[in-house]
Design a protein. Sequence first.
Lengths: 163, 101, 637
Amino acid sequence: MGLQIAFWILAVVSVVAALAVVSLRNIFRAALFLILCFFAIAGIYVTMGADFLAGAQVLIYVGAIGVLIIFAIMLTREGREGSPSGRLRVPALLIALIFLITMVLVVTGTDWGAVTEGSSGPTTSAIAEAIFGEDSGFVLAFEIAAALILAAIIGAIVLVRDK
Amino acid sequence: MAIGLEHFLILSAVLFAIGLYGVLAKRNVVVILMSIEIMLSAVNIAMVAFSRYGQFITGQVFVIFIMVVAAAEAAVGLALIIAIYRRRKTVDADKFDLMKW
Amino acid sequence: MPSELVLAIFLLPFFSFAIISFIIRPFFNHRPLLSWYVTIAAIGTSLVLSIWALIAVSGAPHHVLEMPNYEWVAIGDTVIYVGVTVDALAAAMLIVVTVVSLMVQIYSRGYMKGDGGLCRYFAFMSLFTGSMLGLVLADNLLFLFLFWEGVGLCSYLLIGFWYHKPEAARAAMKAFLVTRLGDFGFLAAILLLYTKTGTFDIGELQNLALAGAIGSTALTWAAIGIFSGAVGKSAQFPLHTWLPDAMEGPTPVSALIHAATMVAAGVYLVARMFPVFVSSTTAITTVAIIGGFTAIFAASMGLVMNDIKRVLAYSTISQLGYMMLGLGAVGVGVSSGAISLEAGLALGVAVGIFHLFTHAFFKSLLFLGAGSVSHATETFDMREMGGLRKAMPWTFIMFVIASLSLAGIWPLAGFWSKEGILAESLHYVPVLFYLAIITVFMTAFYMFRVIFLTFGGEYRGQAHGNHGLHESPLVMLLPMGVLTVLAVVAGFLGVNEFLGGESHSFFGALTHSLAWTSLIWAAGGIFLAYAIYGAKWLSAASLRQRFAPIYTLLSRKYWFDELYERLFLMRFLIDGFFAVLHWFDDHIIDGAVNGIAGGTVAAGSVVRKLETGQLQAYGLAIFIGILVIVAFVFIFN
């Protein structure tokens, strides 16, 4: 019961925040709403029992990406422009709506065979088991992800440095 | 009614559609980047939902990797935006048409 | 005689050509006489082999040597064979070609001395001799046509031997193109016969034609087509315009190709295909008429030419007309039933080819004599000659003997062969006989006009300043001597009987009234020439003025060159028909191609408006595509 209320509130908040992001003219406010959206999504993770991921979401998205975006907004401030809509807003709206309807139809039309029993406690160790355990093999992906981050850092530095 | 898999998936679809609209329709590239992050988050929600309702942990593992990639991409993307801004003094996507015929 | 040696007769000159072209010319160009030695060796050997063949044929039954057939190409069910025919006709032609060619090659050593292109010259001479021998020996029309084209090519190459002279280049082109017209008819005829009979073999075609197995319309067209090739090659009316211009080539070339051999190929062709011709009355009558007409037509133009070689060229055309007339006359007799088929076939060939045989010798001798004269005076224009009989006695004597033979004076060779033709034409085509007898008069006249202008009187030219004119060297005189002997005795060698004709006794011929008629006409021609150019009782200049219109008509060659080149070629074809084709090519074909290109560019410039360079538009397009795919999956699942 509580879960349901939580879910609905969080869902509405995240959707409204996302809408705000794409429709507000003031970029800075849009960025703040984005951060709100991320928080709401972290909450949704919690309702699904993914505690580790909720923490990670806050850390990574809000802490890093959100801040990065605000930096970028500050550094690329244009006086009047803000965040206007482009020429393609009507077709984009159409496509987005059609896409949404398609997905909804798919989701409701499929028999997922879902199991609705409760969540199974803290996930951190389970995730750790899955990544580093002997049977499953995500270690390579893990290492590659580390290399990817390194490359991204170097790339970002190279792109932005003064010649 | 009980919250089922479909709810999360529909939430994910809605957020994805909103992000899609933002990517295609907005002119400020930072807003486009923000919309991309929304899309990625929507996908994450779907992943976790499957993981929860399918009773396997692999979905959450994959979400970790998606987050990693999203972060890297955001970093590089924003670096690009700053570099472009320094050059062209604008972040209007309509003005970036060097590939025009 | 082994068949390989028969093949060697025409293959040896080809080898000579190859050796000169690929070994001597590239590596030994500083010693061009090597090519002369090679050529002499090859043609000399061919001559020996030809004599052997001649002996073998005269000993063989029916005067035919059996030679094997080789399978050359098999395409599906059709097989094309090649082989050689050695019969009396071929053997006689072999002798003519090899003897004249060898004499000309020896003569060329003196005449062409110091020329920069000697290797090229002898290479082409060898190639020509090989092709001509191959033409004579071929037993199927396809290979005959191959060598036919080969001699045409060599003619072109040799007429234009001094290619830096524009007149020579133009003359070579003219020769090639005019004969091409005839060759087109020839090829069409070959293909027509092949579609009707399925064979190229000459023997089979002859049998089929005689048996009436080929439809008469097809046969007539085929025969006329073959004859058109002969008309082109033998410079008969109306394709006669190239031969006088072909005199731009070196004189030995004129002697070999345009007097004795290549131009005789047309006559040979008619003789070879004689059974086909007699099976169609229209065709054989055409042969006779064109032959007879050409004889007098060309002779009339020879009366007024100032260039020795031009006179000889028209004389050649005229004599070739005689040969055609001979063949045609007998053929008309056969097809009208006046003479039996078997006798007629043999007689016709004999009459025509006998004259070819004798004519080859005295005409080539006349050309070599003209070359000898030009060697001393450095010109061919008779107005700048005169009095050469003192400086060049040998040339003079031989030239006179050859002219007498050409005029048909007893007992020289030309008399016997010309008698044959006059007799048969009187018998079967009397109208043409009258033309022929007038031509006898003209022939004698123009030849002796040449003699009196060149050798008689006093020297009018400017060559050689102080040290005077001299006789030609021995290397040039000896071949002329050999030909002189042949021009005298060729009538007694039994060639006529060998080819199937009737024999004549030496003095008995003088008992026929026809013989006296022709001798009187000939003598009259000689006398008139003497009157005008020798003793000068009549003035040539005043005659020219009196008959000015006729003189203009003749000296302008009946304006045929103008007709062909200015009117037909320029106005009708180039400005008319070809201009239409040109327009078609420019506007429609190029228009289509350019149109496609332009259309593509236009379509491209429309489509490229899609490339806005704006990523969001591209992204939108991608997503639309995804939704379309999803829709497809939905619909078809």
